[in-house]
Ligand binder design. Structure first.
Ligand SMILES: NC(=O)c1ccc[n+]([C@@H]2O[C@H](COP(=O)([O-])OP(=O)(O)OC[C@H]3O[C@@H](n4cnc5c(N)ncnc54)[C@H](O)[C@@H]3O)[C@@H](O)[C@H]2O)c1
Ligand SMILES: [Zn+2]
Ligand SMILES: [Zn+2]
Length: 366
């Protein structure tokens, strides 16, 4: 198959022929149809991620069709439409059986090293293994993934739409719906209007928030936030907290969300949360070694901070439900897709992202 391989950090991905072995027990062969290009792919490709590894096939926002299943696979069959889950759901581990978290423990260690659960790779070149990125490796015509890392979705949904639910969109939606569990009539502030922040805006709207303030540096992105349900748009920067306090009678917002990855903005999101009960949900991923600086008095006086990985979404159960809401017209994903690329143009997807040109480039497989 053809796949985009990270050969060396800081160099463009190299699209080439590699071999893919048949799925083993508990594994599934998926033919990819669409895949979003995400910051995490670029972060790893650049070499900035200290836990990165190469050679590896990147990509983790995939959607496709089940081609074949290995032994012991019970919940998927050829022809099923699936979304890839970098955050799996085994349904049995200590976290999967607890409603409070989505952090499945089943395959974490092997996945972090770039291996399938049995500690090997299915991808190879001239007999040498090529590692699986985030357990997905979806910048490729096919992938082999564990059954527990695939969500079966309604086949009526277009692949280019459902692939967005593999990462950023579900993360934002889930931050509002699951982690914060925004209450109807509340006031929300979302810092960042990228894929995650726009998803959070939509999630606040779906939860019935009355006022949704979106904060970003880009006027263009703020307009997209309006389309997702933001009622107020604010230019980010130094004075953002004061402006939010002024907009909320001096108190701050019931719920704030951080979706920038910038620790200074995380601090603003804490400071913009209301005394008494304001909840700040952090979704952005900070750089290695960075810390969040918060005055403890803000916590004593009733503000709380929560973190959210993949929006607290238990992928196999909840991604299909989010896709249904998309089909029902409750989530408008078309404005998020700014560019459609062939696999050979995947590096162009990185360039567009670095230039902040559009929200998502989607790789489409012929
Ligand atoms: N928690 C998770 O599971 C998870 C999943 C996916 C992505 N992420 C992280 O979420 C963050 C956002 O991802 P994204 O794809 O939306 O990124 P993005 O770069 O597309 O969006 C970030 C936005 O923040 C804005 N911004 C920058 N500085 C700002 C400031 N001072 N005030 C207000 N806005 C500012 C930018 O203009 C941009 O629109 C990243 O850190 C990403 O790594 C987390
Ligand atoms: Zn992603
Ligand atoms: Zn689990």
């Amino acid at each position: 198959m053809r796949a985009a391989v990270l050969e060396e950090f800081g160099e463009p991905l190299v699209v080439q022929e590699v071999e893919l072995a048949e799925p083993r027990a508990g594994e599934v062969l998926v033919r990819l149809v669409a895949c979003g290009v995400c910051h995490t792919d670029l972060y790893t490709a650049s070499g900035a991620d200290p836990s990165g590894y190469a050679p590896a096939v990147l990509g983790h926002e995939g959607a496709g069709v089940v081609e074949r299943v290995g032994p012991d696979v019970v919940s998927l069959a050829p022809g099923d439409h699936v979304v890839t889950l970098f955050s799996p759901q085994c349904g049995e581990c200590v976290h999967c059986v607890d409603p409070r978290t989505n952090l499945c423990m089943a395959i974490r260690e092997q996945q972090n090293e770039g291996f399938l659960p049995d500690g090997t790779t299915r991808i190879s070149r001239a007999g040498d293994g090529i590692r699986h990125f985030m357990g997905c490796s979806t910048f490729a015509e096919y992938t082999v993934m564990p059954e527990i890392a695939l969500a079966k979705v309604n086949p009526e949904a277009p692949f280019e739409h459902v692939c967005l639910f593999a990462c950023g969109l579900s993360t934002g939606l889930g931050a509002a719906i699951n982690t914060a569990a925004v209450t109807p009539g509340s006031t929300c502030v979302v810092f960042g209007a990228g894929m995650v922040g726009l998803g959070a805006v939509a999630g606040c709207r779906l939860r019935g928030a009355e006022r949704i303030v979106c904060v970003d540096l880009s006027a263009e992105r703020l307009e997209l936030a309006r389309g997702q349900g933001a009622t107020d748009l604010l230019a980010g920067g130094e004075g953002a907290v004061e402006q939010i306090l002024a907009m909320t009678g001096g108190f701050g917002a019931d719920y704030t969300f951080e979706a920038t990855g910038n620790v200074a903005v995380m601090r603003q999101a804490v400071e913009a949360a209301r005394m008494g009960w304001g909840l700040c949900t952090v979704a952005g991923v900070a750089g290695k070694g960075e810390t969040l600086d918060v005055v403890p008095r803000l916590l004593i006086t009733g503000r709380r901070i929560a973190g959210s990985s993949f929006g607290g979404v238990k992928g196999r159960d909840q991604v299909p439900l989010l896709v249904e809401r998309c089909l029902a017209g409750e989530i408008d994903v078309e404005p998020f897709i700014s560019h459609r690329l062939a696999l050979d143009e995947v590096n162009r997807g990185f360039e567009l992202m670095e230039a902040q040109d559009g929200i998502r480039s989607v790789v489409e497989f012929g």
